[in-house]
Design a protein around this ligand. Structure first.
Ligand SMILES: [Mn+2]
Length: 314
């Protein structure tokens, strides 16, 4: 695997590194971690980092690329393997394509080499592991985004996707001289208004018959708390985690401008990814999502989750 990826990189003078749209810390972290490490190690190669941006971007500006440039490049796609998760402007065919991803989905993007590891905590962990195996140095400007990706996708080493390897990689990244307190402040300090939005969220929590906790976020809530739907969806997805009475939780956010409802599904131990897939989405066994077009469909998602608990309870 390492050699396949390294060969393709070594043979390519022009490389474009992209990741899924509405990026989270893992998407940015894997992208900038790989990009910064490759730029330092292969200074003569032209390396572009592209994709849509949001308020989580504290990593650097994105490069503007077009279809022609991507078509002439080695395209490296991180943290997704499905076309609908790519921003429209960059959903183009590379000269050659590498996909590195830890999600459960089957890829629908043509590729030269596909490396899937659903046991990896994060794509950042996979990228770090590749760089180490390939003997490519990870300096602080690559280690910082990689560490943030790892921390983001594991909820600060809390989720069940954490393995001994996650800690081994984290230890190696720490040795490169990254500044943990700066990292954690930049990731987890929030505004008072965000904290109040979360308090509002909990105050109107709903529950299905068999204890799926959820809330439906409408335009009204978004306007009140001055949140865009994608930020809200990410901010609120895990507000119901760690509650003893709630084994499965979900958040539904109306994104009116795109005419969809964003569904974030989470579970403590019962696999739920099949429900996400049933509604055209995917992700991980216990953390996944989908997009539906009506509140009626949201209720169908809730029933499907509720049935899982009904079956479990016998
Ligand atoms: Mn990820």
């Amino acid at each position: 695997m390492t050699q396949d990826i390294l060969n393709l990189i070594e043979q390519s003078e022009q490389i474009v590194i992209i990741r899924h749209k509405h990026p989270d810390y893992d998407a940015y972290g894997a992208q900038f971690g790989l990009g910064n490490a490759l730029k330092a190690y292969f200074p003569t190669k032209a390396i572009f980092l592209a994709g849509d941006e949001n308020n989580l971007n504290q990593f650097g500006p994105m490069d503007i690329v077009d279809e022609k440039l991507i078509g002439d490049s080695l395209l490296i796609i991180l943290d997704t393997s499905v076309k609908q998760m790519l921003a429209e402007a960059i959903a183009c065919q590379g000269k050659e394509t590498i996909i590195i991803d830890h999600h459960q989905n089957a890829p629908d993007i043509p590729y030269t080499f596909y490396w899937q590891d659903t046991s990896a905590s994060s794509t950042a962990e996979m990228v770090a592991s590749f760089l180490l195996d390939a003997g490519i140095p990870i300096l602080a400007d690559a280690a910082t985004p990689l560490y943030m990706g790892l921390v983001g996708d594991t909820g600060r080493f809390l989720f069940s996707n954490v393995s001994p390897k996650t800690f081994q990689i984290a230890a190696i990244l720490l040795e490169s001289g990254i500044d943990l307190s700066t990292i954690y402040q930049s990731m987890y300090q929030e505004s008072l208004s965000q904290k109040l939005a979360k308090a509002d969220y909990l105050s109107q929590l709903e529950m299905t018959k068999h204890q799926v906790g959820y809330r439906k976020i409408t335009e009204e809530y978004l306007v009140k708390h001055e949140l865009d739907p994608y930020t809200a969806s990410r901010l609120l997805a895990n507000q119901l985690s760690g509650i003893r009475e709630i084994p499965i939780w979900a958040n539904f956010t109306e994104a009116r401008k795109d005419d969809v409802i964003l569904c974030e599904l989470r579970s403590r131990e019962i696999p739920i990814v099949e429900v996400a897939k049933q509604f055209g989405g995917g992700g991980h066994l216990l953390a996944c999502g989908c997009r539906v077009s009506s509140w009626e469909e949201v209720d169908q998602v809730l029933s499907a989750l509720d049935i899982l608990l009904e079956e479990k309870n016998g």
